[in-house]
Design a protein around this ligand. Structure first.
Ligand SMILES: [Zn+2]
Length: 724
């Protein structure tokens, strides 16, 4: 049992220090006689809990923050769920488990920005996964602890937390390399937001870094596995055949077990905080995944605070706290525990007080802005006060989540005494809807107009929303989008196309439906349809920059590089996707110097971008700078071993400089990463055939023929001829 220090944060009640097991032990009974009055003032339930675990203030400790993406609290065994989670359960059994903890946003980037900055989304300014970047002037857990002498490391598992979004500020190391050497090729052909690294790979990277530290450290580990797609590895797939989501959660627990085990033998104790950024709908209220609603399956998060290692060992007894906790409380808790200066400007408060028995209410703001920003649906904002939850939408909702945890009885119309009170609490937060950062500037809109893309004005954020814009009325569209994404992933392109078309027919301002429809056309070899789809989006007033960037990309690849440059040049800013698209357009327009200049700007933003080096290398190759190309391509591969295209281009360099056997190895590496990397398949077939290795050539030739879209008919003919 660790010593408690009284008086911190003005705790009114002297905290008891009951030895041994908490519940049913003798000491608290004696204690009651002494301090009954004090106890009654904060509620007897506190005494019944008799907390055994406490967080000491200790500047000489490590701090571990684990965020498990998309983890529903009620999936964990310690929360009564069916997943197999012995490692997290053990952590909870020796620490604190909060049963009523909440996030402030329902998608990954804004929620993590709140966790790390201790601020609400309207304060840190990140309102969605795309189109935002955390201001590098923001103080975060990393910048604050670094100032206290902590080494700082972040190890993330999913693309929404790529360094481009700005969460790396204050970290000595920000490891967002999503190449998972255990499953090479896993991310080939995936769109950005599907790219992820498995939990065991994230953990081993974190452990490797921790092993090199001698002083105290702050580590943030983010694992993405429970996020869509639910595809748990190995035994976890067979153990949960009907519920792969629970399989993912169980697998993630197993992977984290290795981290907790290793930390238990560290010389310094480690304060461990485990939470999720948001949960998952799994069909509740009609929401299959997350991002639209803010019902409890998504907004409520697990929260476990514990101590691992030397000092605590097995002496702590688990405590369950039912009073509210919020993500904005995590940073103040960390600062408090680490003996770092508190920041009165932060909206949250250290949870040490809650753990010590303070049941003060912590009202909480939350929001869901993605559908507003990408689809023009009504913005969702709300507050939790005690067990009351207000969701402010055109069709407003009020629930007593204590009595009605499934949020089935909307009390907004009947509780006329409470609804105005909660609306007033909501107004104390900044509830103005965000502008659209992805929306084009007036200058860009003029350019789009001059290129013939826009008829009328643009769709601005609206002032008023009606019932028809309430996400409850539109959730069917979200379901269709999710099913279409499934169909797309499984290669049923025609089905996906039909579903995306049906969404656009019902609501013509659905930005993501245009982009995904265009991608489905593109994958199906229908380049003209992909381009027409995005042009239609612009004409319909859907002018988020993502649409324009995608259109530029497709135009360039479809042989209209000059048109692409007209659309993209001068508008790229520091958006990595825009810079890549513009650079590619220059490259395809045979302007390699302009291309290289553009890619180098990407390296200024992200010096470790393997993709930038790959593109510089291919531009150098086009410009005839073979030595420069080889150096750039080798650097690209060194930085990111998942870049199939870099291996393909390196193979071309090698073949052109009398190193054909090495070239063949490079192309084989490319198709090992991406089995349908067509350029590498083509090169392998032609070069193996030319070397007289016809049987081998035929294997790759057959794969080329099976994967090539109809537009590649000429190349298919060449392959057939070479392998005859
Ligand atoms: Zn997430």
């Amino acid at each position: 049992m660790a010593k408690k220090r009284a008086g911190h944060r003005g705790a009114q009640v002297p905290p008891p220090a009951p030895p041994g097991p908490a519940k049913g032990s003798q000491r608290p009974v004696v204690f009651v006689g002494i301090a009954l009055a004090a106890l009654l003032s904060i509620g007897v339930w506190w005494w019944l809990r008799a907390p055994a675990f406490a967080i000491d203030v200790d500047a000489d400790r490590n701090v571990l923050l684990v965020t498990i993406d998309t983890l529903r609290a009620d999936a964990l065994a310690s929360y009564g769920g069916r997943a197999v989670t012995p490692n997290l359960d053990r952590l909870a059994s020796r620490g604190v488990r909060f049963t009523f903890a909440h996030a402030h946003a329902v998608v990954t980037l804004p929620s993590h920005a709140s966790i790390l900055t201790g601020r609400y989304p309207y304060e840190h300014g990140v309102r969605d996964n795309t189109g935002y970047r955390l201001a590098q002037t923001q103080a975060t857990a990393a910048t604050r602890l670094k100032a206290q002498g902590f080494a700082t490391g972040a190890f993330v598992g999913g693309f929404p937390l790529d360094r481009r979004f700005g969460l790396g500020v204050g970290f000595d190391v920000y490891d967002d390399n999503l190449d998972d050497s255990r499953t090479p090729g896993a991310s080939a052909g995936l769109s950005n937001d599907e790219r992820e690294r498995r939990a065991d790979a994230v953990v081993s990277s974190a452990l490797e870094w921790i092993g090199r530290q001698s002083g105290k450290w702050f580590v943030w580990v983010h694992v993405y596995d429970p996020h869509m797609t639910y595809d748990p590895p190995g035994e976890w797939k067979t153990r949960f055949p009907a519920d792969p989501y629970l399989g993912e959660v169980s697998w993630t627990d197993a992977a984290l077990g290795a981290l907790f085990d290793r930390l238990s033998s560290q010389p310094r104790p480690t304060l461990a905080i485990v939470t999720s950024d948001h949960g998952e709908g799994l069909g509740d209220h009609g929401e299959l995944t997350h991002g639209v609603f803010a019902y409890e399956p998504v907004l409520k998060v697990p929260l476990i605070v514990s101590e691992i290692g030397a000092r605590r060992g097995s002496t702590g007894t688990g405590v369950t706290i039912e009073s509210p906790a919020r993500h904005v409380d995590l940073l103040p808790t960390i600062l408090d525990a680490a003996g770092a200066p508190a920041d009165a400007a932060l909206p949250g408060a250290s949870l040490r007080a809650s753990i010590a028995g303070d049941s003060a209410d912590r009202p909480s703001y939350f929001e869901a802005m993605t559908p507003t920003l990408t689809r023009g649906w009504a913005p969702l904002r709300g507050v939790l006060v005690g067990r009351e939850k207000l969701i402010d939408l055109p069709i407003a909702e009020l629930y007593d989540v204590g009595a009605d945890p499934a949020e089935q009885r909307n009390l907004f119309a009947t509780r006329t005494d409470r609804a105005p009170v909660l609306l007033n609490v909501l107004k104390t937060y900044n509830v103005a809807p965000p502008g659209r950062p992805q929306k084009e500037t007036p200058e860009t809109l003029d350019r789009l107009r001059s290129l013939g893309y826009i008829g009328g004005g643009s769709a601005a954020v609206r002032e008023a929303y009606t019932d028809a814009d309430d996400p409850k009325r539109l959730i069917e569209l979200e379901q269709t989008m999710t099913r279409a994404a499934d169909a797309f992933r499984q290669g049923r392109l025609d089905e996906a196309i039909e579903m995306y078309q049906s969404v656009i027919a019902k609501r013509a301002d659905t930005e993501d439906a245009y982009r995904k429809l265009a991608l489905a056309y593109w994958r199906g070899g229908r380049a003209a349809d992909a381009i027409t789809t995005l042009e239609t989006a612009l004409r319909n007033g859907v002018t988020q920059s993502e649409v324009r960037i995608k259109l530029g990309q497709y135009l360039a690849q479809a042989g209209q590089a000059d048109k692409a440059i007209a659309l993209l040049a001068g508008e790229e800013g520091d958006d990595p996707d825009a810079l890549i698209a513009l650079g590619n357009a220059y490259q395809l327009a045979d302007r390699p110097d302009d291309a290289i200049r553009t890619y180098k700007r990407l390296l200024e933003i992200d010096p470790s971008s393997g993709l930038a080096y790959e593109n510089i290398g291919t531009s150098q190759l086009r410009a005839g700078d073979v030595a420069g190309a080889e150096a750039s391509l080798r650097r690209a591969i060194e930085l990111d071993r998942s870049l199939a295209g870099a291996y393909t281009a390196l193979g071309v360099v090698l073949a052109g400089t009398e190193r054909r056997p090495e070239a063949i190895e490079a192309w084989k590496s490319a198709v090992a990463i991406d089995p349908v990397e067509l350029n590498a398949l083509y090169n392998l077939t032609i070069n193996l055939a030319a070397a007289g290795r016809r049987d081998e050539a035929r294997v790759y030739g057959d794969r080329y023929i099976a994967a090539a879209p109809p537009t590649m008919a000429a190349d298919v003919a060449a392959i057939r001829k070479a392998t005859q």
